[in-house]
Design a protein around this ligand. Structure first.
Ligand code: PLP
Length: 419
């Protein structure tokens, strides 16, 4: 089963002449084709809008590409709001889906005219006290509890998730918000993450559409949009089949025709807040093998570490690895591929069968385009890598420089360090 990077060895060798490893590389062509496909898949819905989950890949150059396809920004923090404002996404181009929200973030979101998505019933009062009123357009996050299943497969456990309001709270929230002057309503739910099945969105849509019909009937609130949020996954493993966004769009359309249209709610707009699906496959982490170690196991030490990509360490997540130039060699060596952190979970792969790796080989770690660079941190004083964009014309643009020691020490206003 082959899963090849979007860049070949020749091109990568050329890039590495100008940029030292490690770095994240993004594929403009892939990002564009996918964004276009999403837009087409939901073109049946007049108000459709994708609000890209900024947290997944908070890089203005990349988000600006998505903006060309009509995408807005889904933010959940102060700096994500700043980033959106900086690229000119303001007003209803921003969905503010936060939780445990600090007051100043509501103030800022309101100042920008963002659509505020309330995570909790108590946030109604909190918001009103904080900004002095209830906005005319408002959204509520729903959590029906229990397990989210497709057939007999448990997809996720919303009953155990900190997000959203119960069914009762949601109905009460709509009544209270309406009484306080809200005119246009939205419902939002994120019930399962990284789903590699075409059935998740249609099933989620059915749950939300049925609640929406009842809500509009019982409370008289006008529902303007239903936000299916994130959760469409990507095939990290070579044996997984990718989602078909056209099948997903069509699945949601069917439920829309079955549930909303007969209730006279054919004007409802569908919103999404995809992160992983928009960027995940179109980024990779490029690193070099700099050490080999033969002890109780065989180790390959890289110049990248969990600071550049935390998912394997944090979730035990699988990321496919290609040894460049050895794509057709047999995978007859078993390795742990490690970074240099003083943390034993700093391993990009454990017991992975790969071709024999020699020092200086380039390793491409796949599918780091979302929740990759973004989750990085500075443990061990490690500095975060650069981000590069491989453009459609084959040229390369530096879209974020690598951190320098002065970045790491920048917060020591209170202690002088000679840099
Ligand atoms: C993380 C997040 C998303 C994006 O999730 P993906 O798994 O990347 O699709 C969307 N909405 C909210 C509120 C989130 O927290």
């Amino acid at each position: 089963m082959s899963k090849l990077p979007f860049v070949n060895k020749e091109k990568l060798d050329e890039i590495m002449k100008d940029y030292p490893t490690p770095f994240h590389l993004y594929d403009e062509k892939g990002i564009r084709e996918n964004a276009k496909a999403l837009r087409e898949a939901f073109s049946w819905n007049k108000g459709f809008k994708e609000y890209f989950a900024v947290k997944a890949t908070p890089n203005p150059f990349l988000i600006n590409i998505l903006r060309e396809y009509g995408c807005g920004c889904d933010c959940s923090s102060y700096t994500e709001l700043m980033l959106s404002e900086a690229i000119g996404a303001v007003g209803e181009e921003i969905m503010f889906s936060s939780n445990a929200t600090p007051a100043e973030e509501f103030v800022y979101a309101n100042k920008l005219g963002a659509i505020i998505n309330l995570d909790d019933y108590t946030h109604i009062d909190f918001l009103e006290k904080t900004i002095g009123h209830i906005p005319e357009t408002i959204s509520c996050r729903y959590n029906p509890g229990g397990l989210f299943k497709i057939s007999n497969d448990i997809m996720d456990n919303p009953g155990d998730a900190k997000y959203g309001m119960t069914t009762e709270q949601l109905f009460e929230a709509f009544k209270v918000l309406k009484a306080k002057g809200a005119k246009e309503f939205g419902i939002h739910a994120f019930l399962a993450s990284n789903t590699v099945t075409n059935e998740y969105y249609p099933m989620l849509a059915k749950v939300l559409f049925e609640v929406a019909v009842k809500l509009q009937k019982e409370t008289g609130a006008h529902i303007k949009f239903i936000n299916l949020s994130g959760g469409i996954g990507i095939p990290y493993r070579p044996d997984q089949e990718a989602n078909d966004i056209y099948a997903i769009g069509e699945g949601v359309r069917k439920v829309f025709e079955e549930v909303l249209v007969p209730a006279g709610m054919g004007d409802v707009a569908i919103y999404t807040e995809l992160g992983r699906f928009m960027m995940g496959p179109y980024g990779c982490l490029v690193t070099k093998a700099i050490h080999e170690k033969h002890t109780h196991k065989e180790y390959i030490g890289c110049d990248a570490c969990a600071v550049d990509l935390m998912r394997p360490a944090m979730y035990g997540a699988y990321h496919h690895i290609t040894v460049m130039g050895k794509e057709n060699k047999p995978c007859d060596h078993k390795y742990d591929i490690t970074g240099s952190l003083c943390e034993n979970n700093d391993k990009f792969a454990i017991d992975r069968m790969l071709p024999e790796i020699e020092m200086g080989d380039t390793l491409v770690i796949h599918d780091t385009g979302a929740h990759g660079y973004a989750m990085g941190y500075n443990y061990n004083g490690k500095l975060k890598s650069a981000e590069l964009l491989l453009k459609e014309d084959g040229s390369v643009q530096l879209i974020r420089r690598a951190e320098k020691p002065s970045d790491y020490f920048a917060t020591f206003d209170c202690f002088d360090i000679d840099l």
